[in-house]
Design a protein around this ligand. Structure first.
Ligand code: NAD
Length: 437
């Protein structure tokens, strides 16, 4: 594969590692700010994943953190205090002031000085935050998985298309050398005709064996009603929040959904079906949490079948990562690991030759800011994140409906074989929230 085609495969100019000076989006056609100005950044959600993104923003001279939004007042205030200290230290000044905090994300969207949003909320908030950012004309780095339902994904893709914002989804493995090499080996024919693609995702979720379902008092610093947002209201339990919201379908989709925009995404790219939703998911099996407060699958297997006959096997029982087997060899890739079936394959030069292992989140953020400057398409475009997330939505719907197979009509956007399973593809928004049309 020629280098240019390979770059296009990975998202166009996005794959170039040179960082142009960041120029405000407005300067490039949406307003009229000075080219010398810094880009102002707002974070929505300041929990686990936000920390790495924030350290990056705080360390970039062209960026200025302006807002921290979190529904937990302590989290928001502590994050601002940390950031202000870091700015003060780096300037050799006793204090730095100028970062605001709020629990209302719409306040951040309404600030005309904000250029960039990092969406680090739990999955059930992704669609509302992303569509609000698009409507406000802010470029956005939005965490994976894209969505909770097909309708959310469609609304998000449409909002980005309509607004023309730059949107990177947090599938950072696309920016790591080892994954790029595995994809290129598959796509340039080095493995011969592809026979099998096997994906391993994690089981379970490291959750406590038992949590009493008795409601607990809501901590005063937490706006729990806002945390729940568009989801059905469930009584407060601290074990629902933080990491563990992933194990309730009201908020997320278990490990399958959590990881679909990582290893399965890489498998789709390797097969060249990254723009497609599977037309059928077969041989589905699932074992669910039998737990008072969690309800997602803890072990699962499935086969995603595409219109052109391509097939991806997924199981929580497989070794983590992606194994691509061709008639002439195989490659296995996981974070920080790449194995080839032969020394000759390992030595094979590719457009990625000279690649370095890793890159991950740092390279992915850099790719985003490069695209903010050039108005290019980031390496993880939203339309591809949508088709990828759809596989998890369909598989989860089938598992919850007790089906071993679900067939999807992409044109009609309907389940073909079991319309009843569509009730698991819908999440009615709790008033006053609604998904933008
Ligand atoms: N790319 C990756 O590898 C990766 C890794 C971890 C997490 N993630 C994704 O990042 C997202 C966040 O995950 P996490 O582990 O950081 O979760 P978390 O629960 O640790 O943090 C989420 C934060 O968002 C806040 N929040 C909730 N609703 C909010 C709202 N309406 N407005 C403002 N703040 C709100 C919470 O109070 C919490 O502080 C998830 O979608 C997750 O899948 C991605």
């Amino acid at each position: 594969m020629k280098r240019r085609s390979f770059l296009r495969l990975l998202g166009g100019a996005a794959a170039v590692s040179v960082a142009p000076t960041i120029i405000k989006a407005q300067t490039l056609g949406r307003g009229g700010k000075a080219p010398s100005g810094k880009l102002n950044v707002g974070f929505i959600g300041a929990g686990g994943i936000s920390h790495g993104h924030m350290q990056y923003v705080l360390g970039e001279p062209d960026l200025q953190l302006r807002w921290v939004c979190d529904v937990n007042k302590h989290v928001a205030a502590n994050t601002v205090a940390m950031a202000e200290k870091r700015y003060a230290d780096s300037r050799g000044e006793p204090t730095f002031k100028g970062i605001k905090h709020t629990g209302e994300f719409r306040e951040v969207m309404a600030d005309p000085d904000v250029d960039i949003i990092f969406n680090c909320t739990p999955d059930h908030w992704h669609a509302l935050v992303l569509t609000a950012a698009a409507d406000a004309g802010k470029d956005i780095y939005s965490e994976k998985p894209l969505s909770r339902t097909p309708a959310e994904g469609v609304a998000m893709v449409e909002a980005v298309r309509r607004s023309g914002i730059v949107c990177q989804i947090g599938s950072q493995q696309r920016s790591s050398g080892e994954f790029q090499r595995a994809i290129a080996l598959a796509r340039n024919g080095a493995l011969g005709r592809i026979k099998r693609v096997v994906v391993g995702l994690p089981p379970g979720g490291g959750i406590p064996d038992f949590v009493s379902p008795e409601p607990q008092p809501i901590p005063p610093e937490l706006d729990y009603d806002r945390w729940i947002g568009p989801s059905p209201y469930l009584p407060y339990l601290k074990e629902r929040l933080d990491w563990n919201w992933r194990w309730r379908y009201e908020f997320a989709g278990g490990q399958l959904t959590d990881w679909i925009n990582h290893h399965y995404d890489i498998a789709q790219l390797a097969l060249g079906v990254n723009e497609e939703v599977p037309v059928a998911i077969k041989n589905i099996s699932a074992e669910f949490h039998h737990h008072p407060i969690y309800n997602t699958a803890i072990r699962y297997s499935l086969e995603a079948h595409f219109a052109g006959g391509q097939l991806i096997e997924v199981s929580s029982g497989n070794p983590m990562g992606v194994r691509i087997e061709g008639e002439d060899g195989w490659v296995y890739v996981d974070r920080g690991v790449i194995e080839h079936s032969s020394p000759a394959l390992r030595a094979m030069p590719l457009p990625t030759q000279g690649f370095s292992m890793g890159g991950g989140a740092v390279a992915h953020r850099k790719n985003f800011f490069d695209c903010v400057a050039t108005r290019g398409t980031p390496r993880s475009p939203i339309a591809q994140a949508h088709t990828t997330a759809m596989a998890a939505h369909l598989a989860n719907a089938a598992m919850r409906a007790g089906l071993s197979e679900i067939r999807w009509d992409p044109a009609a956007q309907r389940v073909v074989n079991a319309p009843d399973a569509e009730r698991f593809l819908v999440c009615n928004y709790r008033s006053p929230w609604h998904l933008p049309a």
